[in-house]
Every structure is written in structure tokens, then in C-alpha cells.
Design a protein around this ligand. Structure first.
Ligand SMILES: Cc1ncc(COP(=O)(O)O)c(C=O)c1O
Length: 375
């Protein structure tokens, strides 16, 4: 009972796939092809199929996925890209690395996702694209955002680093805009045993440019001809086989996360808090289960004292980060308030009912109202 409730637990997931990964690594050691090759191509095919796109291009991490996508779209110096300010800083960082300027946008107070209205408020004549972040594993209202972007001549890029398997009206996160960018950082819903990422798209020309740019600008089929200035951002085979093994479990793991979130929603029906809302039309995958509380830092400390680990995503909006402040143009009050209030509760596929109950009771105790009935 006094055991800590961890924020996440990767070990239980690793245990499920350990035999498959060991066998696949043995095959790799025999084959000796560690960059590209069969294992990478196989994962790229499976990931594209899973996402409902014609192409997936494996890259080194999620930040590169975003930067390479912008480069492949021809977005660079002189251009601006709208990004939500309440995201992991990598979303904005990728824009700067591509040579463009981030334009920070506010979000819906209910879902904390971008909306067409908050995007519109950030657009200038120099804006070329918008990166929609599907925050916490939910999605933004993609129909309305894409309609607005079409009208304004903006390309929509999806940052689906937290939304592997989430759907918007039946379509997978990442498959709706021009391209969808994924991180497979170990803690993600689909996580590697190190850094890894991918871009999915159904535009064959964009896929070709991505293949070229991720590999030093090499011309297709050539070793010594470099037709562009690219990067070294290849997915390695050692990670690809881990991702293939985990992909077979992704839907089940996402369902388990949804079940934990549903238990929280049920327990909090009459207080003391609510989960941040899903956009109607989303089937979220609860990379994070986030509530909003006053005096968040104090609540977090008291939860820790009761043995419950929590997280904060994110305590400082991007436009207030020192490295990004020069791109800040105006206050973004919804995101600024959310940064002071958001608290991420433990959620992971193998989380047991007793842990869920302990989180609910600790939160109720800390916030000073009745806890859920633990029967
Ligand atoms: C929303 C978002 N975008 C981008 C990234 C960057 O991914 P990576 O750490 O793989 O570069 C992350 C994850 O860390 C993320 O959560």
C-alpha cells in the first residue's frame, strides 16, 4: 500500500516484447545491416499502413521529423510557421532549425488544442504553414483547422508525437495534413529503446524529398551524388525492430490507457477536478491524463508526499522560454493560465486498479473533498 504510484512504467511493456526483440536482434546481428535495410523498410511499411498513409519515412527523432518536413515543404528563411505555445519546445525549435520563424498561437480553454480562431490570430502575410500539435494524445478539430488553412493558403503539418494511434473522425493522427511527424522517444505510446522518429504522408513527392533530405541529400539510388543539403537523420535497424514488435501491441496498450482515463473521468464525475476535455470527434490515446488544479505546484508536492508521482506538461509556454522569447509577439492568456494549472496524472498501459484508486484518493485528499468509493 505504501508503494509509490509511478508516473509511468516502461518495464512492463518491455517485458511483453522482450522475446520478440531478442529474436529480431539475433537476426540483425547475423545480417549485419544496422542502418536502413530490411528491418527499417518493414517498419516503415507497417507504420504507413497503420496510419493510413502511402508512405512513412523513418528518421532519427521527432524534432528531425518536423525540421525535415518543413525543409521538404520548402519552408525556410523569410517564412513563418504557426505553432501552439503549449507544446514541448521541439515543435518551435524545429521551425527555427529550418530557418523560419515560429508564430506562437493560443489554444482552446477547454481542450488546450489549437483552433482555427487561435491560428488565425497568429497568421501574417509571411505565414506559410501551421504545425498542429495533437497534445496529450487527443487531436485538434482537424476539419475546421484544415478548412481555415486551405482558405488562407497554409500547409498543415501534424505534430503527432503524443498521438500514436489517436483518431480524428476515424482518421489517424498524422494522416490528415500534408504530413504527420512522430517521435518514438521511449516514453511515447509507441516508444523505441532510444531516439527514433518518422514522417508519414500520402504525397509521393514529399516522401521522396524526405528520403533524400534524411540521408545527406543523396540522389535516389546513388551513393556519391548529393542533390540537396540534407541531414544525417536515419532510423536505425536496432530501433526499427523494437518499434515493429511494439506496434503489434499499440492498439491494446492505447485501449488500456483509455480505460485508465475513463476510470479517472468516472471518479471525478462529481469533483474535485476534470480531465482536460477531448475535442468532440477525437478518439484519444491518453499519452497524458491531464487535470487542472489551482496551486498546482503545492498539489504536486502533496501528491508526492502521498506516494503519487505526477508530471507537468508544460510549466512554461514556449513563448516564455528564454531561447524562444525573441519570437514572442503578444500575451497568450489561455496557455499562460494553463501552464500554471495543468497536472499530468499517472497513466500507462499496465496501471492496475489499485494504483488508479490511490491517485484518485490522493487527489481528493489534497484538494480537500471526498474521495472516490473504493468499494
Ligand atoms: C509534441 C512533441 N513534439 C516534438 C517532440 C520531439 O520529439 P523528439 O524528442 O523525439 O525529438 C516531442 C517529444 O519529445 C513532443 O512531445
Amino acid at each position: 500500500m505504501n508503494q509509490q504510484v509511478p508516473f509511468t512504467d516502461l518495464n512492463a511493456m518491455t517485458a511483453e516484447i522482450r522475446p520478440a526483440v531478442r529474436a529480431a536482434w539475433d537476426r540483425l546481428l547475423d545480417e549485419g545491416q544496422f542502418i536502413g535495410g530490411r528491418a527499417v523498410e518493414q517498419f516503415e511499411r507497417s507504420w504507413a499502413q497503420y496510419c493510413g498513409t502511402s508512405h512513412a519515412v523513418g528518421v532519427a527523432n521527432g524534432t528531425d521529423a518536423l525540421q525535415l518536413t518543413l525543409m521538404a515543404l520548402g519552408v525556410g528563411p523569410g517564412d513563418e510557421v504557426v505553432v501552439p505555445t503549449n507544446t514541448f519546445v521541439a515543435t518551435a525549435e524545429a521551425v527555427v532549425l529550418a530557418g523560419a520563424r515560429p508564430r506562437f498561437a493560443d489554444v482552446s480553454p477547454y481542450t488546450l488544442q489549437l483552433t482555427p480562431e487561435t491560428v488565425e490570430a497568429a497568421v501574417t502575410p509571411r505565414t506559410r504553414a501551421v504545425i498542429v500539435v495533437h497534445l496529450y494524445g487527443q487531436t485538434a478539430d482537424m476539419d475546421r483547422i484544415c478548412r481555415f488553412a486551405d482558405g488562407a493558403g497554409l500547409t498543415v503539418v501534424e505534430d503527432a508525437a503524443q498521438a500514436h494511434g489517436a483518431t480524428w473522425r476515424g482518421r489517424r493522427a498524422g494522416s490528415i495534413g500534408a504530413a504527420g511527424c512522430f517521435s518514438f522517444y521511449p516514453g511515447k505510446n509507441l516508444g523505441a529503446f532510444g531516439d527514433a522518429g518518422a514522417v508519414v504522408t500520402s504525397d509521393p513527392d514529399l516522401a521522396d524529398r524526405l528520403l533524400c533530405l534524411r540521408d545527406h541529400g543523396r540522389a535516389t539510388g546513388s551513393h556519391h551524388e548529393h542533390v540537396a543539403v540534407g541531414m544525417n537523420s536515419r532510423l536505425d535497424a536496432v530501433q526499427a525492430v523494437v518499434l515493429s514488435a511494439k506496434l503489434a501491441r499499440l492498439d491494446a496498450w492505447n485501449e488500456a490507457r483509455r480505460a485508465v482515463a475513463a476510470r479517472y473521468a468516472e471518479a471525478f464525475e462529481y469533483g474535485p477536478v476534470r480531465l482536460v476535455e477531448e475535442t468532440p470527434g477525437t478518439r484519444g490515446v491518453y499519452h497524458l491524463a491531464v487535470v487542472r488544479v489551482p496551486h498546482r505546484d503545492l498539489v504536486q508536492r502533496r501528491m508526492a508526499a502521498l506516494g503519487v508521482q505526477t508530471g507537468v506538461h508544460y510549466p512554461v509556454p514556449c513563448h516564455e522560454q528564454e531561447g524562444m522569447r525573441r519570437y514572442a509577439t503578444r500575451p497568450l492568456p489561455v496557455a499562460e493560465l494553463a501552464a500554471r494549472e495543468v497536472l499530468s496524472l499517472p497513466v500507462f498501459p499496465h496501471m492496475g486498479e489499485e494504483h488508479v484508486l490511490r491517485v484518485c484518493k490522493a487527489l481528493a485528499e489534497v484538494l480537500g473533498s471526498g474521495g472516490p468509493d473504493d468499494g
